[in-house]
Design a protein. Structure first.
Length: 114
């Protein structure tokens, strides 16, 4: 099973963007899926996560601005990002745990700039 992130791009401050994480197989087999990000010079950090049951959690820095959700029919997990600011600039990676194994997808670049 592979994960692939899509949807990054350049957006102005205050703008919005939705990222997609598509799994090559069923996401039903993933107990947990999440988005992380890596900004230049910073460590990888957790952004948002969702369990197989639909429970979600968010980093404090994105609460109220980001929403993670899943479409099981499309085997895809999304993160809807709004009120973006320059501190949100990073490579966003999707992550999943399947049968105790960690899976990382290739990232997608999000740049917030005027």
């Amino acid at each position: 099973v592979q994960l692939q992130a899509f949807g990054g791009g350049l957006v102005q401050p205050g703008g919005f963007l939705t990222l997609s994480c598509a799994a090559s197989g069923s996401i039903f087999s993933f107990n947990f899926m999440a988005w992380y990000r890596e900004a230049p010079g910073k460590q990888r950090e957790f952004v948002a996560g969702i369990t197989i049951g639909g429970n979600t959690n968010y980093a404090d820095s994105v609460k109220g601005r980001f929403t993670i959700f899943r479409d099981d029919a499309k085997n895809t997990v999304y993160v809807q990002m709004s009120s973006l600011n320059v501190e949100d600039t990073a490579v966003y990676l999707c992550y999943g745990v399947r049968y105790g194994i960690n899976y990382w997808g290739k990232g997608t670049q999000v740049t917030v700039s005027s």
